[in-house]
Structure formats: structure tokens, C-alpha cells
Design a protein around this ligand. Sequence first.
Ligand code: NAD
Length: 445
Amino acid sequence: MKVCVIGTGYVGLVTGVCLAEIGHDVICVDKDESKVSSLMEGKIPIFEEGLEELVKSNVKKKSLVFDAETSSGVAKSDIVFICVGTPPLPSGKPDLTAIDDVARMIGKSLNGYKIILNKSTVPIGTAKRITKIIRENQEGDQGFDIVSNPEFLKEGEAVKDAFFPERIVIGSGSKKAINMMKELYGPIIRQDFDYASGNSHRKKQVPILITDSTSSELIKYASNAFLATKISFVNEVANICERVGANILDVTYGMGLDERIGSRFMKAGIGWGGSCFPKDVRALSYTAEEYGSPASILNAVIQVNNQQRFKIIQKAVDMLGIIEDKVIGVLGIAFKPNTDDTREAPSVTVINKFLELGAEVRVYDPIVRDYPDSMDRGALFVTDAYKAVEGADLMVLVTEWEEFLTLDFNRIKGIMSEKNIIDGRNFLDKKMLRELGYKYMGIGN
Ligand code: NAD
């Protein structure tokens, strides 16, 4: 099928390459011309395992092309994906400017029946809003159907999630659109495309859920809000553990043995961040308020998360006393490992607060090499973990990158000024570190 994907970020680029790989002809468009030029030169603007090779091979096969012209991409396609950002406004309400712009552009470019699939995470009613904008902007009376098709990929595992999703949700009332969606996603549903063969993530079959667009939009928000709730809940229990002398690792293990609870997404730490959970939980809370059903649990989930980042600061004060003039090495900037995304990353809050308290802060991340927008530029970026902690009074682990597990803590012992470690993710080997003479603090243990 001929497909146009509008917005070439984490979701759009991964969706586009996945559809090209399973046999469709895909045009990926983006209004950011420099991004499009980079992609045309084979430079991938985001870090996702396996993405670069897939983009290159599909560009070579000509099943994937890039363009900065949305109108021509739409005109040449039968199916149009909307994958633009929906960032939060200060009130928590999602900013739909990009969605509205794209809907106008699609309306103006319609030259025959098309299916418009929305993959961006959007508030309840957005499918209807897009329909209205397209109708107001189309010149003829070409038919079209809007489908809500939320995306559930996880950054850091986006390629795997696109090919081997846990479910495909289709929100639409049109039989024609639903049938075309089943055809479009056929190879994914049946798991019979080349890339799947021999892949350990291959599934027997991917479930497809057909529902109305409002339920589909809500499935996305409610899923993210539930996952965020799980983490905030565990963090609250971790804080109780610290007060009563229990160990959160044992507590969550014991809880997780109950199949109704499960062991996944039960890690205590300094809270969630990224481009999805913070904005999606706030957006659902905003919608709940708007529709007269205030979401008390969601508001508490946000509050617990906002406080959790400051556990690092409290622990640093417990270890070091006054923070002024102390040297602190921070390991990890990305909001989670295996991604370069720093949007709403806990690291930024932690680093900014240390700087505000007068510390000298050195930061290292295996992939992030530039200051996130909201990070105080007083922090010094260094090129490896050892440089971050040389002469430091404290090491703070913020992101659980695999490479931090293989650090030589014997060597580090010799180069730090004081042997203090705060492990914001309970990631390092506490027993080994204490045996080496470090003062180690995790979260909830
Ligand atoms: P992103 O910021 O990485 O990418 C969005 C892209 O859209 C950018 O490249 C931007 O230049 C482009 N764009 C904006 N306006 C445009 C326009 N008018 N025409 C053409 N291109 C335009 O965003 P993302 O992380 O890919 O997220 C996109 C949507 O998917 C959001 O609603 C997000 O909540 C949702 N989502 C994201 C993830 C994730 O893990 N990142 C997962 C599931 C769902």
C-alpha cells in the first residue's frame, strides 16, 4: 500500500521504517527540513537500536523515502499517518497546534479517498476534531475516514515494539477503513514478514482490538497512566521501607509473585520522566477535570513522582551535609537507558538543584552529549564515567545504563575524594560496594 507518515520523530520514523520493511511504499515527511536532509543523507536523528540499519536498507530498496513537502506525500498515498508531537501546555492540556496544522494540510491535499490514521497521543474527541478540520479545508468532496490508532512503543525498544507489538488498537466506525487497516497491518498481525523469521521476539499472532475512536484514545492515556501509577505506588512503598527498615527489593519481589500484581514495572527509583508519562498523566487528569470527574489517584501519582526526584538531594545532604563547593559526579542524563531522550528527565531536576545549592557538577551519559533545554549550563559534560567522579565527594547514578555495571569500582575508589554513592535506581551491587568501603545509599533499601 502507499503510505505517508507525517512527523518523523521517535514514533513516525519507527512506524515508517516498519511499514516499509513489511512491504509497503512509505513516504516520511517532516516540517523540519534539516531533519529531512539529514535522513536523506542516511543520518538518523535519534538513537534507537537497529533503526539505522533498517532505514538504510529500506532507503536502498526505495521502499522508504523522505520529503519535506507534506502535500505531495499526502497526494501520493492511500493511507496517511499523523505522528506529530502533542506536548503539554502549562495547564496540562495537550497542545494540538501540530495536529491542527497537519489536519489542515491533509484537507487541502486530498485528491481521492484516503484513510487518515492518528498515532499521536491525543485527548478524547481528537478524531472528531481532525475530521472537522479536514472537511473545512478540502476543496472537493473526496471521502476519507479517520482512524485512531494509538502507539504503544517504548523508547529504547521502539523497533522491537513496532514489529512485535502486544496489541494493535483500531478506533473507527468505518468497515472500509477497518478492512484496510487489517490489510495494512496483516504481516504484523500474522507475524509472517521476513524480519520476524528467526527473531526471538516473534509472536504467534498479534491481537487486534476494534473499538470506537473515543475508547481507543482513552486506551492509550489509561495505559500510560496505569504504568506511571504502578511506579509511583512502588516508590511510595520504598519511602515507607526506608522509614521502617524494610527492603523494597524483597517487598516488590514478594508482591510480584502474585500473578494479579506481576513483577514487571515494579522498580523503585527516583521516578518516571520522558516525553510520554508526564504529559499523558497530566492530560488524562486534565480531561477528567474537564468532564467533571476529577482524578484523585492521578493527581497523587503526579505529586509522588515530583517529590521522588528530591530523594537524591535529601540523601546527598544526609551524606555530605552542606552541598556548597562539593564535587558531584552524575551518571546518566537520559530519562531511561537505551534512549537519547531527555524530555522531563529526572536528571535535569537533580542536576539543577545541586547547582543551585552550590555544588560543582560533572555529568556523563553514554549517548546524551548535549545539554537538555531545561538543564543549567553550569554542569560540566565529561566523556566518561571516571572523569565524572574524579575528585568527587559523591557519585549519583540517575540512569541505569548497562555500562555502569561494568565500571571498575576499585579504580574509582582511588580517584574519588570521598567514597559516597547514591544509586537512584537500585542498580549497582550494594554488597560489593560496601565491601569495597563505599558508603552506599539506594532507594528504599
Ligand atoms: P517527536 O517530537 O520525536 O516527533 C514529532 C515530529 O513531528 C518532529 O520531527 C516534528 O518536526 C514533526 N512535526 C511537527 N509538526 C509538524 C507538521 N505540521 N508537519 C510535519 N511534521 C511535523 O515526537 P514523538 O516522540 O515521535 O511523539 C509523537 C506522538 O506520539 C506524540 O503525541 C507522543 O505522545 C506519541 N507517542 C510517543 C511515544 C514515544 O515513546 N516517543 C510513544 C507512543 C506515543
